[in-house]
Design a protein around this ligand. Structure first.
Ligand SMILES: *Cc1c(COP(=O)(O)O)cnc(C)c1O
Length: 396
């Protein structure tokens, strides 16, 4: 490079994100500050990532302690933190064995691979097909964007991997008709996050689970957004009285440190024999120190229950204050994963909220999504609801 290039940092990045002109530089609890000193109440949590708020003390201490001790070793060695983090996840769920990776997409990719390998090598039945649902979101790798039930993430990426079928949610007859002796797994979110905050009907989920059991099909629950206390239980499937064969985690699992995990039932263990799958960074001493501290905090401090209570308060306040706002059609959600269904686009509303010091996100074009951290206070909820009330009542 002989000549100095004079481009801004933004021009040196590929334009994959439509970014707001705000640079957040500091975070504490529910609050963020930008580089100009403006303060924001954070009801996005980095899209359901900072479930314990920004810079949670106990996680920070675990991270700093681990940074002093050891950063990285290969998975060719024993990694005590990784085994202990896995045990915390299995002790607190219906799962029996964990694979750690670095993101949600990778966790789902692992789930798809495990399902296929289980059928093809353990069962010897050659099954490969994965059924998913319209409006679902499962990630951005080639397999997981193929699994995703939204056309916009697939545009321009053909040819896509084979073996994925998409069905309308809540149409059990269509699902029954679609399963065959090629069906390896059904994969679903229990509250569709990116797709519009759509909670799935419990009776339908029970039917899906029963169908899976009858036909030897694995049930994969994508808990990447719904997990880690977000919906008022540690994992959303606990609300539904079902045990998935596989569930996937990321987002809130590391309180902001990048980490993902796939949790599987015992019978799937042998399908991921040594050498069958792997990840250089999956479950490093640092990331799993953070997972341990995060899970211990959520479980030890009863934060799932807290999310249920604060979520109930948030939804009841929104329903009460927005009852006579014609732009608002419905307030729905589970725990602290809440959506406000509007009668038109909400993009302008999000930037207006930013100007009033509140960060919220959309879920599709017409839903405002609220994802405060699990420690959010009633006072903070009141502040957010007041801003939303003002904006939504002025919208049409
Ligand atoms: C965010 C998300 C993913 C993808 O996670 P990444 O870490 O961005 O790869 C997958 N599934 C669901 C339900 C998500 O919300």
């Amino acid at each position: 490079m002989s000549e100095m290039k004079t481009v801004s940092a933004t021009e040196s990045l590929l334009p994959t994100y439509a970014r707001y002109p705000i640079a957040l530089v500091k975070g504490e609890g529910s609050w963020l500050w930008d580089d100009k000193g403006n303060k924001y109440l954070d009801f996005m949590s980095g899209i359901a990532v900072t479930n314990l708020g920004h810079a949670p003390q106990r996680v920070k201490e675990a991270l700093v302690q681990q940074l002093d001790q050891l950063w990285h070793v290969s998975n060719l060695f024993q990694i005590p933190n990784q085994a202990e983090a896995a045990k915390l996840l299995t002790d607190n769920s219906c799962g029996d064995a964990v694979f750690f990776c670095n993101s949600g997409a990778e966790a789902n990719e692992a789930a798809i691979k495990l399902a296929r390998r289980y059928h093809q090598l353990v069962k010897g039945n050659g099954r490969y097909e994965i059924i998913t649902f319209h409006q679902s979101f499962h990630g951005r790798t080639l397999a997981t964007l193929t699994a995703t039930g939204q056309a916009k993430v697939k545009e321009g990426f053909a040819p896509l991997p084979e073996g994925f079928t998409h069905l309308p949610l809540h149409d059990f007859a269509a699902l029954e008709a679609a399963v065959s002796d090629k069906t390896a797994a059904i994969m679903m979110e229990l509250v569709q996050g990116e797709g519009g905050v759509n909670p799935v009907d419990p009776a339908y989920v029970q039917q899906v689970k029963a169908l899976c059991e009858r036909n030897g099909i694995l049930l994969i629950i994508d808990e990447i957004q719904t997990g880690m206390g977000r919906t008022g239980k540690l994992f959303a499937h606990e609300h539904y009285g079902i045990e998935p064969d596989i569930f996937t985690l990321a987002k809130g699992l590391g309180s902001g440190f990048p980490v993902g995990a796939m949790v599987a039932k015992e019978e799937l263990r042998e399908a991921f024999s040594a050498g069958s799958h792997g990840s250089t960074f999956g479950g490093t001493p640092i990331s799993t120190a953070v997972v341990k501290a995060t899970v211990e905090t959520i479980v030890g401090e009863g934060l799932s229950q807290r999310a249920a209570e604060q979520g109930e308060y948030l939804v009841s306040q929104l329903r009460e204050k927005l009852a006579d706002a014609p732009f608002v059609q419905e307030v729905r959600g589970l725990g602290l994963l809440v959506g406000i269904q509007c009668a038109g686009p909400v993009a302008g509303l999000l930037t207006e909220a930013q100007k009033r010091g509140l960060l919220v996100i959309s879920a599709g074009p017409e839903v405002v999504r609220l994802l405060p951290n699990l420690l959010v206070t009633r006072e903070e909820i009141d502040v957010a609801v007041a801003i939303l009330e003002e904006l939504l009542k002025a919208s049409n």
